[in-house]
Structure formats: C-alpha cells, structure tokens
Design a protein around this ligand. Structure first.
Ligand SMILES: C[S@@+](CC[C@H](N)C(=O)[O-])C[C@H]1O[C@@H](n2cnc3c(N)ncnc32)[C@H](O)[C@@H]1O
Length: 211
C-alpha cells in the first residue's frame, strides 16, 4: 500500500506539473516560484495545482453576483483562475508589495478574463470584507492572524448581512473556524494519492442571518 501511495503521489505530481505548464501558457501568466515573506505570522508564497484550484472554485458554486477574494493572493494564480468565471469582481489581498505587483501584472495580461480584478497590498487582518461573498485561503498565516481575519469577516457580516462560502486549503488551523457561532463546515476533501489533490480542503458557510 505504501509503495502504491508513493507511486500515486509521484504520478500526481508529474501530471500536475505538465497541466500547470499548459495552464500558464494558456493564460499567459507566470505564477511559479517560492518567495519568503518577512512578516511575523506570515507563510511564504507558494501555490498549487491549477486542476485543484479550479475544482475548489467550482465547489464554491460561484455566481455572477459573487465577489471572490483570495486572502494572501501571492502572484495571483487563484485570482486568475477565479477571473475565468463571470463574477462581479475578483479581489486578491497580499501583504507583500512585490508579490502584489506580480499579481497585478498577471491579472492585467491574462487571456480569457471574464471578471474585473483588483489587487490590494494590505494585511488580510486590515482589509474590509463587506462586499466579499466567496473566500479562498491557502494557509497564508498562523492562527493569531486567522483569528483577526475571521473577526473582521464576522464584523463585516454584522454591517452587511449576506451569505458567504469559504474554502480553506491546507486547513492547519481549522479549529479556529469552529470557535464561536457563525461558521458551519459543509464539506471536507482529503488529500489522496492519485486524486491530484495535494492538500486537504475544508468548506465553510455562513447564512444571511450570521447562523
Ligand atoms: C501559501 S501563499 C498562497 C498564495 C495564493 N493564495 C495561491 O494559492 O496561489 C500565502 C500568501 O499569503 C501572503 N500573506 C501572509 N500573511 C499575510 C497577511 N497577514 N495578509 C495578507 N497576505 C499575507 C503571503 O505573502 C503569501 O503570498
């Protein structure tokens, strides 16, 4: 079983690498690489497979009136994948100025864009989430920052009640989302060899009345 799993992860990695090259070419963008981020509680920039990103966005069931936000957008791979859909707006927020510049460049030159894109250079804990309805987070920071971000989202729901969905990729601080009322987990994907999915993903939602 262990050997089969090892082969499965290697096959998945190879398949994803080939598909990712094709996607980068098709969109005309460059989101490769890894960048250290010099802020307390911040995780470094790295991204993951297009196929997984697109499946997650589909599972969020995004609609034309949604404002989609990638919290810690890095070079903008997720932002560009979301912008392939007909959405009200796609927003990327990142604390690293250089990464924001690359995300802006990628969003500006991407092919097949169907939604307006806005890239904001700010800490996720300071961003105003009032218009956002579909959230994406790939383990961008630690539990302390996540708590602040969730407090800010909950505050935005009090000011502007609405339904939201939230995909948390590599959800190492999933317990933080369980704290207090509001967020309900409605699905969970497990990483598995052969599946193409490198990380677990948890899916959360909040109803219009905050329940
Ligand atoms: C793992 S990368 C995710 C990149 C992108 N979401 C993707 O999937 O392609 C994490 C990103 O979060 C950003 N980040 C870390 N702490 C942050 C914070 N407090 N506010 C905003 N961005 C932050 C980093 O600069 C980095 O680009």
């Amino acid at each position: 079983m262990l050997l089969l799993d090892t082969i499965g992860w290697k096959a998945t990695g190879l398949r994803n690498r080939i598909a990712d090259r094709i996607w980068e070419r098709r969109l005309g963008i460059d989101t490769y690489g890894s960048v250290e981020v010099d802020h307390p509680d911040a995780n470094r920039y790295a991204t993951f497979a297009y196929s997984s990103i697109l499946n997650i966005i589909d599972h969020l069931n995004v609609q034309s009136d949604d404002v989609f936000v990638d919290i810690g957008c890095g070079k903008g791979r997720v932002v560009c994948c979301a912008a392939l859909h007909n959405l009200r707006k796609v927003v990327g927020v990142d604390i690293h100025r250089g990464l924001c510049e690359q995300a802006k460049m990628n969003a500006g030159r991407m092919q097949r864009r169907r939604a307006p894109v806005e890239i904001v250079n700010a800490g996720a804990q300071e961003f105003d989430y009032r218009e956002c309805t579909a959230f994406f987070l790939l383990n961008s920071f630690g539990a302390a920052t996540l708590k602040q971000v969730l407090a800010s989202i909950k505050q935005s729901l009090r000011v502007s009640p609405r339904r939201i969905r939230f995909a948390y990729v590599n959800p190492v601080h999933d317990a933080v989302l369980c704290e207090g009322p509001g967020f309900e987990k409605y699905d969970q994907w497990r990483r598995r060899p052969w599946s193409g999915l490198k990380f677990d993903v948890s899916f959360w939602r909040v109803g219009r009345d905050g329940q």
